[in-house]
Ligand binder design. Sequence first.
Ligand code: AGP
Length: 602
Amino acid sequence: MCGIVGYLGKREKKELLLDGLQELEYRGYDSAGIAIIEDDQLNNFKAVGKLANLREKTKDFHSEGFGISIGHTRWATHGKPTELNAHPHLGQYSYVVHNGIIENYQDLKAELQNDGISFLSQTDTETIVHLFEKYNKISSTPFEAFAKTIERLHGAFATLLITEAAPDTIFFAKNGSPMLIGFDADEVYFASSDTPIIGKATQVYYLEDGEYGYAKSGEVKLFDAKGARAIQKQPLATDKAMAQKDGYRFFMEKEIYEQSSVISDTMIGRVRDKEIYFEELDSAFFEGINAIKICACGTSYHAALTSGYLFERLAKIRCDVEIASEFRYKEPLLDPSTLFVTISQSGETADTLEALKMAKRAGLKSLSICNVDNSSIVRESDAVILTRAGIEKGVASTKAFATQAMVLWMLSVYLAQKRQTMSDEAKAIEITAMLQTPKSLLVTEELHGKLHRLSKRYLHGHGFFFIGRDIFYPLALEGALKLKEISYLHAEGYPAGEMKHGPIALADSKLFTIALMPKTVHYDKIKSNVEELSARDATILAISPEPFTLADDFIQTIYASHPMLEFFEMMVVTQILALEIAVRLGNDVDMPRNLAKSVTVE
Ligand code: AGP
């Protein structure tokens, strides 16, 4: 979610910044910008859209000699992708770039506006630069002003600031969002990850939360709440392809592990003070709405199915979920009091986009839940909630699904608030559980190791049934989809109670059943369904907090207090199981055969 680069030294800065940003473009690409101070001369360029536009705009500019520079590629969170909202943000004589979300920006902005400062952008970031210049008037050094500024910020930030008040210095701070410092002789680099500096810097320091400081004349001074700190540099990797995967074997694997942290990005600013907020939705958005229709494809459809249970249960509103390609041709009856919701990771899926256009023609209000800002589905919708998963490279969707499910859960509670269908106590239970989600998504070495060992027993047979009830039924569908996408083995998801109506005829020892057996939802019912399968000799892999004696294999999850916490933990288990089976079969996990990341054809 946004990429940052910075450089202090004698090299040509424009190309260096642009090349660095190119490496980070996967973190966001709705606008980009750079600012350079050289010979006390400040230059700044911004462009909307992909980095290529900024390249074109700066093609006649070159920098020479010693100087300082910062750059940014943006993934919009506050304000539309316009040039004014693009970073670097300008004060009167300083520039700032930032990745993350300043949660108290509205209070800070009001304070600064009271002081007579006008804002050019709708971003939270602009408060940083104005706050810095405010403190610079009353501080003995620009660094003192920067430290005072950082002290006022709440939320997640990785930020770089340059100022004409100290034209040889880059100020930096990190909390929550990633940032590192690269070193080579008297040159200093900053970046959100190490790929932009591989081949340039030789040593690196990965900043910790709460650290801040400045780089000047090739030297870096580092501080935290306790004062000055020594920098423990380490050698920088030289293999770029490996570095992009952060040491994981596949992007999909990296994305599974990332889920625990991106889910916090999904919640930032939205889950706070015991309430759910969606600043992107007008307060009157749900007026006149008495039903919800959701259309999506594939994994996004499974996230939608999950929310079908949540909207009706929590917000007491009717919710129908349809596969977009079916919806398009069924001549559906559409009522303008129905909110039309589309869910899409890419925002470009042709069937989902066409379904949305149909609903709009029928006069329905539309909302998209999407991971790519400015995508076709987002542009076509009346309102959008971004899932903030960051770019997902693995074709088999993982973190996009987790963040979609999270947004939909938050939206159900948000709507319950609006419709007053939930007591304060019940809401507190939901919100407390939401805040525990990052923990449920953690992958332990023990779990991964166990699934790796166990996967060798599941490479043959005549198919898999993933079974579950309630919200664990869509999770079963998703588990089966993940496995078939990357292992090419036959797998089906089924509601557990439906097995006896036909599919159980397939049961024998070569039928692998992955049973999702949460303790918080209908445990006894699913237990009976699994017992029926076991009695017919099916091979059972049970995933449950409760030990299950009839299981051939057993993955024990924790006794969680809320079904969604069990949901997320079991989701991770099914993802890693699929991954380990596919790896054993020698398949290309990130780019499985016959599939594409963005399905823009019917
Ligand atoms: C999931 O792993 C898929 N590769 C696929 O099912 C995907 O979810 C589907 O094509 C919909 O894509 P979208 O979310 O980008 O609309």
